[in-house]
Write a protein that binds this ligand. Structure first.
Ligand SMILES: *Cc1c(COP(=O)(O)O)cnc(C)c1O
Length: 521
């Protein structure tokens, strides 16, 4: 058993949950393995660190992995600081295409872009998923050594594109884990499909599902709920299921790090005066990324306004405007920023817990389940309004923004970042703004090409582009936009990599379970 020691905290931080059902004693390693709390709530830390300005400024001189290790240690994770160092060097190492990991670029005066897409899959999910599986794997090993756990874990993921690839990359060849990903066979882009079906690693599986993302998700959920199946996994294969999804605290903590890091870089580069505040504008889906900024703010990072940018699925912008979260009559819209297409923003529950407490949250979540809507009380609403600004951008507006910003600055935005950029411009006040960029443009090249050609979202590409692969379309983008820069290596090689996975299964529980059984052999 490793002896645990801490730099700045005497005891490891314990966790409660947003609905008040757990005993409040769980530690970081426990909550990473458990994912969701008993009773369906989300784990939240019982104590938070507080960073002084000197401490924040000192981060600027450190490599990113050391910044991450320092933040984790200050959050009281139950791993020795030596182990945290080892894991962070691995998480934020040579697999990133920029050694700064999460660099900040000032694109126009006062508007700084935080680039979160330098990881192996070229999108922001890498920030968390290059890190969390290392801690997960180590936590499992420790519980097994102590005799608290007999099984390894099988991570099952339903994906509409980005998350699946980032999770595959994160869990590939990690001890004590394996991962099987299901994606809608016709519902992902050429590049997204190739990213997944060429995935390396001995512990990974990838299947298409004949259906849409909803079909994938409900089939995977049904497999989780099938006790006969989970018992079979346990007894025959010594495996437990895990989802490793974005409500896992192990994915949230790495998302606090880059706000701490960005503030240090902004001060060092003169983008903000020491101690003065920046605004943060985040393209938001499940509310995880912007919640990282909220926690950073709680911990003393000088952040003034938290600007929540939505696409046409604007339930959050409405919530911030009205205090009512209402999906009772809301239709799901497809947009060029699919990773923000969401109706239930799960991580919002953590914000509401910190503002109103477990009892209020439990009530609201019950209302949401029953009536598909809830209204927060006036006091909590006031607190939300003091912290958050919300706005949304239509599909065509986001494409126009890509073209306009490129024409004006030579910086090419992906469609998710374009939503944040547009909202940041509209809501700008006195403070410098950190616009959070969540994907490299090449990940969503077809819609970026449409934008540069001045097309609307609904229109098709002109017929001379018919039959091109995703990568060939990226070359067209580069021809039109010479300052766009190079294609990230992980994407550029895709047409040459061997396809490892070709399986397609029927939608529904049996399809998913059959795939897993076959994959396990
Ligand atoms: C997941 C994702 C988002 C949304 O982040 P949340 O944490 O769910 O709010 C935005 N952009 C991209 C590219 C993503 O992959």
């Amino acid at each position: 058993m490793t002896r645990v020691s801490f730099d700045n905290m005497k005891k490891p931080t314990s966790y409660s949950d947003t609905r008040g059902a757990s005993d409040g004693l769980a530690l970081f390693s426990d909550v990473v393995i458990a994912g969701i709390a008993p009773g369906g709530g989300l784990f939240v830390p019982n104590t938070l660190p507080s960073f002084s300005l000197d401490e924040l400024r000192a981060f600027a001189a450190m490599p990113y992995w050391r910044r991450a290790a320092a933040v984790f240690s200050r959050f009281g994770v139950d791993f020795s600081s030596d182990r945290v160092d080892v894991l962070m060097r691995r998480a934020y190492g040579a697999q990133w295409d920029d050694e700064r990991i999460a660099p900040v670029e000032e694109v126009v005066a006062g508007m700084h872009v935080l680039e979160l897409w330098h990881g192996p899959t070229s999108a922001f999910k890498d920030m968390a998923l290059q890190c969390m599986p290392l801690f997960f794997s180590e936590a499992v090993e420790r519980q097994q050594t102590r005799g608290q756990l007999a099984e390894d874990f099988l991570v099952l993921v339903a994906t509409s594109g980005d998350t699946g690839k980032a999770a595959l990359e994160g869990f590939a060849d990690r001890d004590h884990t394996s991962i099987v990903v299901f994606f809608p066979d016709r519902g992902v882009s050429d590049i997204q499909r190739k990213q997944m079906v060429t995935q390396r690693g001995d512990n990974v599986g990838v299947f298409g599902v004949r259906g849409n993302f909803d079909d994938c998700q409900s089939a995977v959920k049904a497999a989780f709920a099938d006790t006969e199946f989970t018992e079979w996994l346990k007894t025959k294969h010594a495996l437990r299921l895990s989802s490793a999804n974005s409500i896992n605290w192990g994915r949230l903590l790495p998302q606090i790090v880059y706000y701490v890091s960005a503030y240090a870089d902004m001060v060092a580069a003169g983008g903000v005066k020491p101690g003065e505040a920046m605004d943060v504008c985040v393209p938001t889906g499940n509310f995880g990324n912007i919640l990282g900024a909220y926690y950073a703010r709680l911990c003393g990072v000088p952040i003034d306004r938290l600007i929540c940018a939505s696409n046409e699925n604007n339930v959050l912008a409405d919530f911030i405007a009205t205090g009512v979260y209402d999906i009772s009559e809301r239709a799901f819209v497809t947009t060029p920023s699919p990773s923000m297409d969401i109706l239930v923003s799960s991580n919002l529950e953590r914000l509401l817990y910190h503002l109103a407490g477990a009892e209020a949250v439990s009530g609201w979540m019950r209302e949401l389940a029953q009536d598909k809507r809830f209204r927060i009380d006036p006091e909590t609403f006031r607190a939300v309004r003091e912290l958050f600004v919300g706005d949304f951008v239509t599909n065509d507006e986001s494409l126009c923004t890509i073209k306009r910003v490129y024409d004006e600055t030579g910086y090419l935005l992906d469609p998710h970042t374009a939503v944040a950029w547009e909202v940041a411009e509209r809501t700008r006040g006195e403070n410098p703004v950190l616009v959070v960029s969540t994907a490299h443009w090449a990940k969503f090249g077809t819609d970026v090409l449409k934008a540069l050609l001045g097309l609307t979202y609904e229109s098709d590409l002109p017929s001379d582009y018919a039959g091109r692969t995703g990568l060939e379309l990226l070359a067209e983008v580069q021809a039109i936009a010479p300052h766009a820069g190079r294609i990230p290596l992980g994407l550029a090689a895709l047409d040459e990599l061997p396809v490892r996975f070709t399986g397609v299964v029927e939608p529904g529980r049996d399809g998913v379970e059959g795939a897993v059984r076959e994959w396990l052999g």
